[in-house]
Design a protein around this ligand. Sequence first.
Ligand code: MN
Ligand code: MN
Length: 307
Amino acid sequence: MTNSPYVIGHQQPDTDTICSALAYAHLKRAQGADAVAARAGELNPETQFVLDRWDVEPPEYLDDASGERLILVDHNEHGQAVTGSREAAIIEVVDHHRIGDIRTDEPIFFLNRPVGSTATIITELYEDAGIEIPGDVAGLLLSGLLSDTLVLRSPTTTETDRAVAERLAERAGVDYEEYGKALLERKGALGEREPSEIVLGDFKEFEFGSAHVGIGQIETVTPETVLDRRAEILEAMEATRSERGYTDLLLLVTDILEEDSTLLVRGDHADAIAEALEATLTDHIAPLPGVVSRKKQVVPNLSPAFE
Ligand code: MN
Ligand code: MN
């Protein structure tokens, strides 16, 4: 017997990854196809709040995808994917990030759009298919969209995202500004977390030539609660870097309200990384004015640091 294909997002799942997996699995089933939503890690507090709010069960946890069929949402790089993804068959991709290293033996449906969230693309797939989005699914999709775009404030936000957010909010029956504010508050609750949780809570891995780089990000309305603990956080970063064999480890502490970030960095290319981001390090820390997006304002600018 063959298992159902899993619709699954990246490790250290965020709200867009979880909600997109749930909504896309729902769309597949509405179209008569077989698909089960899955997740590659623990839910963060913001996503738990979303699932409670819309009264939806979390996707099932998949600890090893070897031998399975996978529909990837919100990522397309093995370094970010569920354990065993290299031994799985990737049968579809729906994403809004840089094109990574996924390879397949056969042609597949691969949809990547430069918009603010995967949820935006999945909403359009529902509309293209002429399938009505149920209220709770609209709530999930709206949550993914507002979380990724920081309530339409991030530079990743497009006109498409704004229009889709309005349609989803209407269908879900919420005011998206008000609902978005409640979401962002969940992102902010960081004070009590362990330093390693702060570093790894929203974490992605990237290859730049032979460099193996980890980049964490914290989006918060109270960056000082994180930066006040910079000594222990830098220590946790160095420990994580040597344990996991990264050449470099970055942490972006993003102030959602002021719309800028502070960079913390440990590793072999620290000064070159800062230079590539037009910043200057003092004790492993540098301000990054106007930077809020890892995907759009950090990752694309890093390559020169590793040449
Ligand atoms: Mn994501
Ligand atoms: Mn996303």
